[in-house]
Design a protein around this ligand. Structure first.
Ligand code: FE2
Length: 419
C-alpha cells in the first residue's frame, strides 16, 4: 500500500498540528506525526509547514459560460444595472461560438484551480434553442473531473415565460444532463408569472429528481418576495436542504417585521442562501442617491438563525461585473465587511462561508476531513485563520483524490529593509 504522509497540518486552523495519511486517493488516517510515521515507515512525506489546511473552496454560484465577455463591444454597460446587462447579453449571445465559450471557460477554471477551488456550481444560460453553451459545459464537466466537481444549473437567463418557450428549454436541458433546476422569477413580466415559474421549476425538479437553485429577488425592490414562494414550495414538497436561493438582495430592503417572520419559515425549509458580495454591491443601489444600499442579503441574521449561507463569485469579467478572478478569499473579505461580521470570533470562524457551506448547498457528500473520504484539501499561506482572512492568503497547495493538482510558491518579500 502506497501512503503519503502530509505532516504539520493545521486542520481548519486548529492550535495542534496533525499528520494526514493518504492512500489510494482517500484519507486513511489522521493523527500525531510520530504515531503515523511509526505506523507507515515507508510513506512518502510532505511538510505542510504549520499552515492552515482546509477542505477545498466551493464556489456555489458562477456563470462559466459568460466569463471574459465584458470587453465585447455589445457588452459595454453605462448604467451598471442588472437589467441592462441582461439586455446586452440577449443581443449578443447568439454570436458566441462553442470554441470561444470553451476557451474562455477553461481560462476561468484554471484561475479557480489556482485559488484552491475544487467544487463549482455553474449556471448555464439555456434560453438558447441551440444549447451552445450547455453542450460545451457538459463536455467540460466530464473533462475536468480530475480537477473539480462541476454542477450545471439549467438557468433560463431570460425567464421561463418572459422568453417564449423558456420553460421547455429548461426541461430539455435537464434531459440533456443538467444537474440543477434554475430560474429567475424577478425577471418575469408579472408577480404571477414569477410564482408560476417557481412552481414549474419545482415540478421539473420532482420529475427529474434534481436540486433547485433560483436567482431570487436580485433587486433593491422591497416588494420582490419570491423567496417566500421558493421557501414555501421547498417546505411543502419536503425538499429541505435541496433548494438554494441565490442573491436575495431585496432582503436587505425588507422591513424587519417581514424579515423576522421569514427567518422562521426559512429554518423550516432549511433553505440554502448564496450571496455574491462583489457583484451585488456593484449592481445594486443603482437607483439610490444617498443613503445608498449595500445590495446584499441579511447574511448576519441568516447565519445567526443557523441557516446555511455561502459566498460565491458569480462573475468573472462579464456584462454583469467587470472584475472577478475566482478567488473566494476575496469574496470572503468583501462579504464579511458588507455584512458587519468583523469580530475576531466571526473572522476566525469564517472560512466555512467559502468552503463547507458552499459544499453543503451543492449537496456534496464525501467532503471534509473524515477517514475514508476522498483526499481533497487545500493549504493556505497562513498559520491561523484570522491572518488568512486578514491577508486574503494564497492557496499554496491543492490536493485532489490524493494527487497534487496545484502548487504555488508562497509570497516572499526579497528586499532587505534597514531596520
Ligand atoms: Fe448569477
Amino acid at each position: 500500500m502506497s501512503v503519503t504522509l502530509y505532516e504539520n497540518a493545521r486542520l481548519n486552523g486548529a492550535a495542534e498540528l496533525t499528520a494526514i495519511a493518504v492512500s489510494d486517493g482517500r484519507f486513511l488516517k489522521f493523527g500525531k506525526a510520530q504515531d503515523l510515521e511509526h505506523e507507515f515507515p515507508d510513506a512518502k512525506r510532505e511538510d505542510l509547514g504549520g499552515n492552515v489546511v482546509c477542505p477545498p473552496f466551493a464556489d456555489a454560484h458562477i456563470h462559466l459560460d459568460y466569463v471574459y465577455t465584458a470587453s465585447l463591444p455589445t457588452h459595454e454597460t453605462s448604467s451598471g444595472t442588472l437589467f441592462e446587462a441582461i439586455d446586452n447579453w440577449s443581443d449578443s449571445k447568439a454570436k458566441l461560438s462553442a470554441d470561444a465559450i470553451r476557451s474562455r471557460a477553461l481560462k476561468a477554471v484554471k484561475m479557480q484551480i489556482s485559488h484552491g477551488v475544487q467544487y463549482v456550481r455553474t449556471h448555464v444560460d439555456v434560453t438558447d434553442p441551440k444549447f451552445t453553451a450547455l453542450k460545451v459545459m457538459l463536455e467540460l464537466k466530464e473533462q475536468l473531473k480530475p480537477y473539480m466537481q462541476i454542477q450545471i444549473v439549467a438557468f433560463p437567463q431570460e425567464g421561463y415565460y418572459a422568453y417564449k418557450g423558456g420553460d421547455e428549454l429548461v426541461e430539455e436541458a435537464l434531459k440533456m444532463g443538467a444537474d440543477v433546476v434554475g430560474g429567475i422569477p424577478h425577471f418575469e413580466f408579472t408577480r404571477e408569472d414569477g410564482v408560476r415559474s417557481v412552481k414549474k421549476g419545482f415540478e421539473l425538479a420532482e420529475k427529474y429528481d434534481k436540486l433547485l437553485d433560483f436567482h431570487c429577488d436580485e433587486t433593491d425592490d422591497d416588494q420582490s418576495r419570491f423567496v417566500e414562494s421558493i421557501c414555501a414550495m421547498t417546505y411543502y414538497d419536503g425538499l429541505q436542504g435541496r433548494t438554494a436561493a441565490s442573491h436575495t438582495c431585496a432582503m436587505g430592503s425588507y422591513n424587519n417585521a417581514y424579515a423576522f417572520k421569514m427567518m422562521s419559515k426559512f429554518k423550516k425549509a432549511q433553505l440554502n442562501f448564496i450571496v455574491c458580495p462583489t457583484e451585488n454591491c456593484y449592481l445594486q443601489g443603482r437607483y439610490d442617491s444617498y443613503p445608498r444600499r449595500r445590495g446584499i442579503s441579511r447574511v448576519d441574521e441568516l447565519d445567526q438563525n443557523g441557516l446555511n449561507v455561502s459566498f460565491a463569485q458569480d462573475s468573472i469579467s462579464d456584462p454583469w461585473y467587470p472584475l472577478g478572478n475566482g478567488n473566494l478569499m476575496h469574496q470572503l473579505d468583501f462579504g464579511l465587511h458588507l455584512s458587519h461580521m468583523m469580530s475576531v470570533e466571526q473572522i476566525s470562524n469564517s472560512l466555512r462561508f467559502v468552503t463547507t457551506n458552499g459544499a453543503k448547498t451543492m449537496c456534496v457528500g464525501d467532503y471534509g476531513f473524515k477517514e475514508g473520504n476522498s483526499a481533497n484539501f487545500v493549504v493556505l499561506d497562513a498559520d491561523n485563520v484570522f491572518d488568512a482572512v486578514r491577508n486574503t492568503a494564497s492557496t499554496i497547495l491543492s490536493v485532489r483524490n490524493g494527487e497534487v493538482i496545484m502548487r504555488k510558491q508562497p509570497e516572499k518579500v526579497l528586499t532587505e529593509y534597514g531596520f
